[in-house]
Write a protein that binds this ligand. Sequence first.
Ligand SMILES: [Zn+2]
Length: 256
Amino acid sequence: MVTEEENNKHKRASTSSVLKLEKFFSELCKDEIFAVLDVYPEEKTVVIDYNSLEVFDPDLADLLLEKPDDTLEAAAKSISNIDPQRKNAKLNVRFSNIRNHVPLRNLRSEYIGKFIAVDGIVRKTDEIHPRIMTAVFECRSCMRIHEVEQKTNIIHEPAVCTECGGRSFKLIQEESRYMDTQTVKLQEPLENLSGGDQPRQINIVLEDDLVDTLTPGDKIRVTGILKTLRDERTKRFNNYIYGNYFEPLEQEFEEL
Ligand SMILES: [Zn+2]
């Protein structure tokens, strides 16, 4: 249970993050951000150097590592707020050079929900699937249209029709809005292994413009949020990384 007090504290925290991030973006990355906003939605990604955020506001930089979901949401909101054209843009804010660098085999439960950077070799890339972002429903009684933002793969319907009180809805697929998503498997660099160890692997979930940009054999450093998902069959939780940014690594890993 989240108490109301905690809830308010949380709200205040994110409001202050939005204000601080507005200041950061306006003072340090304005030209770059406005250039993307100018051509939005054809382009919708800005890459921010974590080091510049850390110099600007160390507490805010810490908050990004500790509460990345909230802070990334605040970052997107603050960019929308400083947009002179008021396009209501939802940019992907991606961070390079974060200092929370963790070896893949050390990604234990203490890191769940944290912003981390991991090195590895791409082993497998899955097919690209759509993920529903905004589901459009029609009330079966009065035909009123309802839009519901979706955060997970389980589709949430409206609780009740605000027009007629009806509780039965039809999903209208062709009116709903989607985002591409792809899972890739990342394996730890072999030079980190001592004799006889099996290389560890972890799934990386990529979305939007990160999709279809990696091929097996690519050596990368990926930034993302460590998340966990319960496997209904085995009843176990499996960790994965929700990717925010990746860059190719210069150094050569030993191939399998
Ligand atoms: Zn209705």
